[in-house]
Design a protein around this ligand. Structure first.
Ligand code: UTP
Ligand code: MN
Length: 563
């Protein structure tokens, strides 16, 4: 246990405004600072920091607390881990309060990774073949190899086990680091005979590795398994270095691969990060939106890269980003362009980056044969869907730009294309099946005031406990903050996660209609079950009535399912 006065001492040496500013951009308003809330989705800032009270509060989602709680929630770590971090920063020594055995999970984990990284680095210098790969094939200088801290895991590597012994880690803890796997011959290093690239969190602590085969071989890359402190869908490679550049330049570049991000850093674009082989997620977008709203997508030029760019645009639009897209022309990705044409080649390509409207139009132009009527129709309806999708987030000028450019490319008149933008949605519907009905309701209730009255009248018997608790509390107080403050711990955690993880809908009225339909279906399913139970013990006469009721319900359900 850390004494209370030590905690106070740490807090008194820090300014909450400084600490929070390292994560998000705060804007001064009177005696407060304000920002877009990092804990839920919003387009207008309702997250406030009070230097006087040294506390933060979001009037949108209710998140609030002191500097420790902020770091805790932002980094997804425990109270003690956050305190440890802040103590370091405040120059307070906590070591006398914690015996080594009570060291936090985070500090053990990062110590493990740091030591392993250092050993891998040493191994690289010993291995001619691995070094030659980086120097000759990837054209990296010794300085660059050391700057990005490349390493190598030797054949038959026992390095993770050696470090686990040194740190007194149990086998179970070693397994949880995500760098080993069990075989009949014992524990093995998953990166054996691979180049390893450290993946760091924003504080610069190594939390995972990416491992590439030398030359050809499958799989080309292996990453640390997801762990308590590392998740692929949240982590952005090189963000620790890029963060300040992104702020200063008010622009972020995103690539698909490790080596692409590294190539751009080498070319002087240090505001670059990479996703780890996925499209950009809501969590990535949320994190970046607090650093800059200007983004350049620099994904690979192959089909997979283009698809990832298209998916990322959807995510980014709903968070109000300005988006440009890079076209590498005949090159596969940033790394291959840089290797052939250097900094100049990269600069040229970035100068010619296109608007996302242009990218969308080109994307569908390549997919549909505009010399046939059906190709033209598919093209027009795809553009129409995008027009509808971007309309809620951008000014009408952007929709007009999309239509104008699509018209130039396809030869269709702008008028015809606009009809598709205005026609009711047919084709592309958002896939939100994975968002539960309770979650949708909670999300709408918190983010769209005009849905509240209707939601308060929803039938309670098909709702989960937490959403019921929220609606009941709100009914009594008519106040979102009070509702949040009085919630049980369980439901307070629940709603926090819902607001954090639910992607914003492109058309919330549609989601509201959809959720009503889902509730109605739930109700009917419940009735069906009841009827079926009665049927077992019913007399013939009762059977007749029950079966008729059953048929009515099934018919209703069918029509609801049709939408
Ligand atoms: P790419 O296959 O485009 O890799 O995958 P790359 O960066 O061009 O590879 P190099 O230049 O040949 O070395 C892009 C990203 O997808 C993830 C990695 O993060 C990679 O950087 N990936 C790819 C995997 O996780 N596993 C794989 O097998 C392949
Ligand atoms: Mn690539």
């Amino acid at each position: 246990m850390i004494p209370k006065d030590v905690i106070e001492e740490i807090k008194s040496r820090l300014d909450i405004v400084d600490v929070i500013s390292e994560y998000i951009n705060l804007e001064r308003v009177g005696q407060y600072y304000r920002a877009l809330c990092p804990f839920h989705t919003e387009t207008r800032p309702s997250f406030y920091v009070s230097p006087k009270l040294q506390r933060y509060k979001c009037f949108g989602c209710g998140a609030n607390g002191d500097v420790i709680k902020f770091v805790q929630e932002m980094e997804n770590i425990s109270f003690y881990e956050a305190l440890e971090k802040l103590a370091k920063r405040a120059g307070v020594d906590l070591s006398k309060y914690s015996k080594t055995s009570s060291k936090s999970g985070y500090s053990i984990y990062t110590t493990f990774y740091k030591k392993l990284k250092d050993l891998y680095k040493k191994e690289l210098l010993k291995n001619k073949k691995a070094l030659a790969y980086l120097k000759d094939k990837r054209r990296l200088s010794e300085e660059e190899i050391s700057h990005f801290e490349f390493g190598y895991s030797p054949l038959g590597s026992k390095l993770p086990i050696i470090i686990a012994k040194e740190l007194n880690l149990s086998l179970e803890m070693l397994m949880k680091t995500g760098v080993v796997f069990r075989t009949t011959k014992g524990i093995k290093d998953i990166f054996e005979d691979r180049i390893v690239i450290p993946i760091k969190n924003e504080s610069g602590d190594t939390i995972a590795f990416g491992g590439r085969v030398l030359d050809e071989g499958e799989p080309k890359y292996i990453n640390s398994k997801d762990t308590k402190y590392f998740s692929k869908s949240r982590t952005l490679f090189l963000l620790d270095i890029a963060k300040n550049y992104i702020r200063r330049l008010d622009m972020v570049i995103v690539t698909e691969g490790y080596f692409d991000a590294i190539a751009l850093h080498r070319a002087g674009f240090e505001n670059t990060v990479a996703v780890l082989g996925t499209a950009l997620t809501q969590q990535h977008a949320m994190r970046l939106s607090n650093l800059s709203k200007n983004i350049v997508l620099a994904f690979d030029s192959d089909e997979a890269g283009k698809k990832a760019a298209i998916r990322s645009i959807s995510v980014l639009l709903s968070r109000g980003f300005n988006i440009l897209v890079v076209d590498y022309r005949d090159y596969k990705d940033a790394d291959s362009l840089y290797t052939k044409e250097g900094k100049d080649g990269i600069e040229k390509v970035f100068e010619k980056a296109m608007s996302f409207e242009e990218f969308i139009v080109n994307y569908y132009k390549e997919r549909y044969d505009l010399s046939t009527p059906s190709g033209v129709e598919s093209f027009a309806s795809a553009i129409g869907e995008w027009g509808k999708r971007i309309a809620p987030y951008t000014s009408s000028v952007r929709v007009e730009a999309l239509v104008k450019y699509a018209s130039e490319v396809s030869g269709l008149s702008q008028k015809d294309l606009e009809r598709f933008v205005r026609s009711p949605t047919v084709a592309v519907q958002e896939d939100r099946k994975r968002v539960g009905a309770d979650e949708e309701i909670a999300y709408l209730f918190f983010n769209y005031e005009d849905t509240r009255e209707e939601i308060l009248n929803f039938p309670r018997d098909v709702l989960g406990n937490c959403i019921k608790e929220i609606l009941d509390l709100y009914k009594n107080t008519n106040n979102l903050n009070q509702t949040m403050e009085n919630l049980s711990k369980e439901c307070s955690d629940w709603i926090f996660n819902v607001l954090k993880d639910t992607p914003p809908p492109s058309d919330y009225q549609r989601i509201l209609r959809d959720v009503k339909r889902r509730l109605e279906l739930k109700k009917l399913t419940k009735r069906l079950k009841e009827i079926d139970m009665h049927l077992n013990s019913a007399t013939d006469e009762e059977r007749h009535v029950l079966l008729k009721a059953r048929m009515d319900i099934v018919r209703k359900m069918k029509s609801l399912q049709r939408g």
